[in-house]
Design a protein around this ligand. Structure first.
Ligand code: MG
Length: 374
């Protein structure tokens, strides 16, 4: 049973190109499946989340991260009586627009665009992927997703000003997105905060002592675990404590969002959309713990000297290749050369690079910039 504030698939604003109903899947289930069958989804397998493959095949990449976010999202959405199919489709699509090499790649691509008075934004890029670049169906370009999935792709993690983005006018920029979309930013964080601690400890770039001293909520769970399993290994104690943190974050997201919905007197989807702020949120105490974990990861992992070399490589590869295609557009694949007749060259080069996997962009770098990696 869906809550009255959930998105009901029967009330979807529909697709750009109307399609006959499917005999046994509703429109959001079809959208979820279209995302999974997209080329951009498969490419997530070879895109860095935090660690490149040089570290370990056990670590998260953007695909396994996405699957973890989808799993958390289904649980939270189900507990809140939301539309699980829509929430799952949005979770699976949430990182489609990320360029190769994680945050370092994104920063370099954005910097290259800013030199031309433009910018790179992964949500806007994800929308371009599902609207334009995916070519799978004979009847239309893109995946022809429902309005609610496209809206959620744009609005799940931030608000866009209508004045600055006239091209997004159809996405109700003056309204909040449905709760199914609001959840994604938080389930994404719950997913990567805990996963990055896990991979960071395993690397090993983070020590148990460091994590216990730097993250009080982890320390509380760790002490409980030591009491219950005094004889087990550190790694299993770590796992149990991390599970405690994970459940605390996800559980609080559910209960605190329920509380906020009640306090705000939210009854319908229209109430969610017109409320002055987003309603999916952690409670202040747990929000502070989330921020502590995030700060810890920034201070001790993301800017770790051990990862600095990979980041420098990423930046150099993206920057040099961008400059190469700007100077030699005839070296672009024909599809992108044709695109450059309708759109600015920097945008086309950016689109090409943004779609690449880590492996493919390194290959391109070696081919066009004539340099191997150290
Ligand atoms: Mg993510």
């Amino acid at each position: 049973m869906l809550a009255a504030y959930a998105v009901q698939v029967e009330h979807s604003r529909g697709r750009r190109f109307p399609e006959p109903p499917h005999p046994y899947r509703n429109d959001f289930q079809r959208d979820r499946d279209r995302v999974i069958h997209a080329r951009a989804f498969r490419r997530l397998e070879d895109k860095t989340q935090v660690f490149t493959r040089r570290y370990s095949d056990h670590f998260r990449n953007r695909l396994t991260h996405t699957i973890e976010v989808a799993q958390i999202t289904r649980t939270v959405a189900g507990a809140l009586g939301l539309n699980v199919d829509l929430a799952e489709a949005l979770a699976l699509a949430h990182d489609l627009g990320h360029p190769p090499f994680g945050h370092a790649g994104e920063k370099a691509l954005d910097a290259a665009m800013r030199a031309h008075g433009l910018f790179f934004d992964h949500n806007l890029h994800a929308l371009r992927i599902v609207e334009d670049f995916e070519q799978r169906y004979a009847a239309f370009r893109g995946l022809n997703l429902t309005f609610e999935v496209r809206e959620g792709i744009i609005k799940h993690s931030r608000d866009y000003e209508a004045a600055q983005h006239p091209e997004l006018a159809e996405y109700l920029l003056d309204q909040r997105p449905p709760l199914e979309a609001q959840l994604i930013d938080l389930t994404d964080e719950i997913g990567y905060n805990t996963a990055d601690l896990d991979d960071g400890y395993e690397a090993p770039l983070l020590t148990l002592e460091q994590i216990r001293a730097g993250i009080p909520v982890f320390e509380r769970f760790f002490r409980e675990v030591e009491h219950v399993y005094p004889d087990t290994t550190d790694k299993l104690k770590f796992n149990e404590a991390l599970k405690g943190v994970f459940n605390r974050l996800a559980g609080d997201l559910i209960t605190n969002t329920q509380t906020r919905l009640k306090q705000a007197g939210i009854r319908t989807l229209a109430d969610v959309r017109t409320h002055k702020e987003r309603l999916a949120a952690l409670s202040p105490a747990v929000e502070a713990e989330r921020q502590q974990i995030k700060n810890f990861l920034y201070d001790n992992l993301y800017y770790s000297p051990s990862l600095a070399g990979e980041k420098d490589d990423a930046e150099r590869i993206v920057t040099d290749l961008f400059a190469f295609w700007m100077n030699s557009p005839s070296a672009l694949p024909r599809y992108y050369q044709e695109k450059a007749e309708q759109e600015s060259l920097p945008r086309v080069v950016c689109d090409y690079i943004a779609g690449m996997t880590d492996h493919f962009i390194i290959e391109q770098y070696e081919k066009h910039c004539g340099k191997g990696l150290a």
